[in-house]
Write a protein that binds this ligand. Structure first.
Ligand code: NAP
Length: 248
């Protein structure tokens, strides 16, 4: 089994959904996990308790990544817990507001870019001093970046920006032996994609997938563990589709 024993990891949005499954998976592999939350401290505490009950190490850390100084505050909180070494950063926290082009509001447009793009950008910047040799940064992109699914053009553009950041950050940080990659899930049944719980949403989802079940957060977490680990030591600057074969 892939081991992260002795490693430290931060999972943004680890309080629920895909981030929760990632936090649990990294902890199972032996990492000390910082479970980040914004509006859901109770959910983050439950994830931390679950990790500790299983014999692992975890701490909840809060910050609004949509606020301009959110990444700076989160990085300071992280350094208080792990000191001068972070091995894995998973930029998972995100928001999605479906809207047609006609109905898109500037407020929602800006919020999506703030949380999904500006937050992760400055979080990497603020954590760079403690991302050492051999560390791994994993972004969470989306199928929406390469395919027109739903009324998600503004959200999809944030994920296109994510894929671009992956390439530029990987190029800039390779000489420090820091790898940067992303995963791109398809539809995953979480609060963000709750339409997948309806009959119509389920049919829509299965209709674009090769594999025939609606993905759960656990279907996604293993790919992040892979990218975080030395098993992926030569994988760099890429976005890995984790979507059951969607829109092939
Ligand atoms: P989710 O269940 O809605 O969870 C979103 C997470 O992001 C929560 O942990 C939330 O924390 C955090 N978050 C939201 N606003 C935040 C803010 N302002 N500052 C800091 N954290 C914030 O969504 P999910 O489906 O797990 O999505 C996780 C990632 O996967 C996102 O990047 C999303 O774009 C991507 N993704 C999802 C799907 C899908 O179908 N579900 C598909 C492709 C990609 P709090 O609750 O503590 O605020």
């Amino acid at each position: 089994m892939t081991s992260l024993t002795g490693k430290t990891a931060l999972v943004t949005g680890g309080s629920r959904g895909i981030g929760r499954a990632i936090a649990l998976k990294l902890a199972q592999a032996g990492a000390q996990v910082l479970v980040h939350f914004s509006a859901s401290p109770k959910d983050a505490d439950e994830v931390v308790e679950q990790i500790i009950r299983a014999g692992g190490r975890a701490t909840a850390v809060g910050a609004d990544l949509g606020a301009p100084d959110g990444p700076h505050k989160l990085a300071a909180a992280v350094r208080k817990v792990v000191g001068d070494r972070l091995d894995v950063l998973v930029n998972n926290a995100g928001v999605s507001y479906a809207a047609t082009i006609e109905d898109q509001t500037i407020e929602d447009f800006d919020k999506q870019f703030a949380v999904n793009v500006r937050g992760p950008f400055f979080l990497v910047q603020q954590l760079l001093p403690i991302l050492g040799k051999g560390s791994s940064v994993v972004f969470v992109s989306s199928l929406a970046a390469r395919s027109a699914v739903g009324n998600l053009s503004a959200y999809a553009a944030t994920k296109g920006a994510t894929d671009t950041l992956v390439k530029h950050f990987a190029a800039a940080l390779g000489s420090r032996d820091i790898r940067v990659n992303a995963i791109a899930p398809g539809v995953v049944e979480t609060e963000m994609s709750k339409f997948a719980k309806t009959d119509e949403g389920r049919q829509f989802t299965l209709g674009m997938q090769a594999l025939q079940h609606v993905a759960q957060p656990d279907d996604i977490a293993g790919a992040v563990l892979f990218l975080a680990s030395q098993d992926a030591g030569w994988v760099n600057g890429t976005t890995l589709a984790v979507d059951g074969g969607s829109k092939l």
